[in-house]
Design a protein around this ligand. Structure first.
Ligand SMILES: C[S@@+](CC[C@H](N)C(=O)[O-])C[C@H]1O[C@@H](n2cnc3c(N)ncnc32)[C@H](O)[C@@H]1O
Length: 260
């Protein structure tokens, strides 16, 4: 109303019946919003809210965000399986910021069922600033003694543990300037073992999703192309960066290695 955009009021009222849109509007960029997209289970108020939620979950922006979750699951599994072939020691995987650590949880579930010997060798750590995200992550992973969650500022010096085999970071760079992201990548780089891998993603702009995010959720995203992401990771010290695009074409999915 302050901006005189009265035409958005009915859209706003309708959107708040959808659980996804309501979360996006009230808590821009929240871990619940991301997790709702990853779970892909429509919910909302009255029949219309659920229907609208289903439509929103099918938007290009939402499908593309979901693909980074699949990327994380796939690449964490790949890295622990490959490293298990060259070391008999413990492997440590960090998610930062972890939000609701569903990707780590699903990897642990898969390993527990299909490769119990490897499961015993993998330790998972989740770091987030928000105690609620950590509590929900602890609840989700309560059957797995291999998890450890820590409340810390990912941007503060010394907040990341060392000697890590893999770090995954999703839904963070989109909120940081290039300078802040560079510093964060530098610290991730120095926390990894020489053979460690960094798993991340960047998003390109989708007109409709960006319009909804800006006008209704006041969420201003830092979009980056594959080239921009590779340049940042390389300048932070990663020797090899592999990228692919998700099937929607909005998400760059990256895996960076310290040594070529
Ligand atoms: C969009 S969520 C992404 C979480 C998760 N990686 C995912 O993909 O669902 C962003 C998360 O970043 C956390 N966060 C924001 N700034 C942070 C900081 N400086 N240090 C640690 N966590 C932070 C928030 O608490 C929130 O859980």
């Amino acid at each position: 109303m302050a901006e005189g955009k009265y035409h958005l009021l009915p859209v706003y009222a309708l959107l708040t019946t959808s659980d996804l849109a309501r979360e996006g509007i009230r808590n821009s960029g929240s871990f619940r919003f991301a997790d709702h997209i990853y779970r892909n289970e429509p919910s909302g108020r009255y029949g219309v809210g659920r229907l609208l939620d289903r439509v929103l979950l099918k938007l290009r922006g939402a499908r593309s965000m979901r693909s980074r979750f699949f990327h994380s699951r796939r690449e964490i599994l790949r890295v622990v399986r490959e490293m298990a072939g060259v070391t008999t020691g413990q492997l440590t995987v960090l998610s930062v910021p972890c939000g609701i650590a569903r990707d780590l949880y699903e990897v642990a579930e898969t390993l527990h069922t299909t490769e119990p010997a490897l499961y015993e060798h993998v330790r998972f750590i989740g770091i987030d600033l928000d105690g609620e995200a950590l509590d929900l992550s602890r609840e989700l992973t309560q059957d797995h003694p291999t998890f450890d969650f820590q409340c810390a500022d990912a941007l503060a010096a010394g907040s990341l543990p060392g000697r890590l085999d893999a770090i995954v970071s999703l839904g963070f760079g989109e909120f940081l300037s290039d300078g802040m992201l560079y510093d964060f990548y530098r610290r991730c780089h120095s926390s990894l073992n020489p053979s460690g891998r960094f798993i991340t993603s960047a998003m390109s702009r989708d007109r409709i999703s960006d319009y909804l995010a800006r006008e209704l959720a006041e969420l201003y995203t830092h979009y980056r192309s594959a080239d921009q992401l590779v340049e940042l990771l390389k300048s932070a010290g990663f020797a090899k960066v592999q990228t692919t695009h998700d099937e929607v074409g909005l998400q760059t999915l990256a895996v960076a290695e310290k040594v070529p």
